[in-house]
Design a protein around this ligand. Sequence first.
Ligand code: HEC
Length: 724
Amino acid sequence: MSYSTSFFTALAAAGLLLGSCNNKPAGTTGNSGWEVYGGNKQNNRYVDLKEIDSANVQQLKAVWTYHTNDADSNTQIQVNPIVIDTVLYGITPKLKLFALHAATGREIWVYDPVKDTVGMIDPAAFSFNVSRGLAAYKNGQERLLFYSANGKLYCIDALTGKPKRSFGDMGRVDLHDGLGRNVSHLYVAGTTPGIIYKDLIIVGMRVAEEAVAAPGHIRAYDVHSGRLVWTFHTIPQPGEPGFESWEDSLAYKHVGGANVWAGFSLDEEKGIVYAPTGSAVYDFYGGKRLGNNLYANSLLALDAATGKRIWHFQAMHHDVWDRDLPSAPVLISLQKDGRNIDALAQVTKTGFVLLFNRQTGEALYPINETAVPTTGMLPGEKLSPTQPIPTFPEPFVRQHMTINDLNTLVPDSSFQLIKKKFESIRSAGMFEPPSKEGTLIFPGFDGGPEWGGQAYDPQTSIFYVNANEMPWILTMVDNKTDVGKKEAMGAAGKRLYLSNCMSCHGPERKGAGNYPSLLGIEKKYNDSSLQQLLQTGRRMMPSFRQLTMADRKAIAAFVLNNNTISKATYTAEKSESDPYFNLPYVATGYNKFLTPEGYPAVAPPWGTLNAIDLVTGKIKWKVPLGDYPAMKAKGIHTGTENYGGPVVTSGGLVFIAASSDSKIRAFDKLTGVLRWEADLPAPGFATPAVYQVNGKQFIVIACGGGKLGKKSGDSYVCFALPDK
Ligand code: HEC
């Protein structure tokens, strides 16, 4: 940890003093916080601050930078920090929680969960995950912070930075517990923070996307004791509504996913919490989970006090394209037919905005169940003949890619290659079934929109959403095995690698992004150290304790290229993986459709920021977001893939980083004209927080890089206007 001095160190000292005597609630003249992940519980990323406006935004300067000093080659910081009173709380790449003076960046305390081994049974087995932020509970003088690490929900006293030992088991509750089945060996992590309602912290989680995964039930804990108060089964159990949407009445015991990984929004007055869910696993083959699979890919409205379902909407039936709802809905008020409606806006990865009445779940405009193609399904698969398609507002990304949309900015030889590839795959639309020849996924696995969320300006009814326009290719391969089947260890290992390891380490074991290459791994690991790794997992690498010993041996033989063991005989034993997880087909991984130069195979834009007027349903403006240096040099603004969301202010601006070119920008919120941009030390794949301390407005962005082939960063950078 370090505090890097800014040009106004004097203010740092002042911040200290003011911090203790100026604890005014948000909204008063002094301090206006960003107290909740996403800005507020409506999740609208809107702040009523106008010191910074279109006229002076060009004068913004970095006023402090906080280095966490714990980034490494594949870490990220996706954190949207929060600010309470005069203190900013954030999280480091290695999941340390910290408190800074929000005006100066001066460190107050740091809590390191790795070092907090009090009461830990196995302190060595700490599992890391990417964190997006934290939640804060305020009651009188009491301030408690909640965030997840190591598959656990931690409760930390905001004033001291010390764990609240009376919460759960010595200050934490294990998110593996209480899911109705033993998932202690499975990957469970809290990425997006939970949300506070009265004395409850409501949480979702990330689970594995392999065949074997934990169920994504939503849970609420008492903020003081850590007691589990309610659970909502996102995969319904016998007797619960939605159970009938699974053809196999035992599937609920085995199938996982349908998890809320993108956070929540909350109507505090109505006491309703809104939860978007992801798909059920296995993501790409649904033959073992026939039916519509409620409440996967659904928006759930639950009674926040009891967890009882009020309404739901399933945005994708029986998903086999990984079309999770990618962010929590934004609560909005909207004029329609002369009435003001308490509504919400939910985006889909495919580029739709769904508008509902918040209380009743009634769609504000027709959403039509529309016939979709189901020919050429993989054997055993049964896709839904219809999918819901909204009629209003207009979609904010291209939703279909034809041969005429291929990228022509590359040399003709490259163009011919992508054209040939395009002609060999299935590309008829966004509901083309997964296939062995390859199925185009456009918009891609990462949207459309992503977890950064969207902003809504209540003054103008304009909705701001950034999006990716990247084609991906989903290719399925054979995978089936039967108990008692004999084959060579090496062959079995290869097959098991496809279904257990490939989605992260790639079909050719080359890795990608944060997933390391396994080529040459035999120089680093022997059979026993690899077995150890598969037993325990490490950080984002899950444990594989659920596999049989024979399976793990076969996988080790394959990845270590151990010729002796590879030739031995493998006999498939009955394992937990039967019969639900012994999948006949698996995907070859998450593969982007790129030109040989590494550009998206589709014509630009590749990343956009969009302003949608929710009264007219029309896109008011659309701009490319981010640049590729080589294209920019030719005067072509393509946009880049982007992760992290926008913030809109009453000062007339939309702030956003998110692009891969390490910039933060401010756009005129009415016209989309670029008003300001600044360089960041690493891409800001996160959503900025905008707040005010003692009348002065600040914008802070986490610069963690570590995605899209960019180097990792370790800083939070804060901008403000120079002192007058
Ligand atoms: C959910 C994604 C994911 C899956 C699935 C996964 N891994 Fe990993 N794996 C990772 C990540 C991330 C790391 C890096 C861990 C770290 O940061 O220490 C890793 C690290 C490793 C390493 C160590 C690499 C090194 O250089 O030290 C090996 C070996 C490995 N994985 C093998 C496997 C095998 C074999 C499987 C399947 C049985 C598998 N992994 C499945 C994500 C995954």
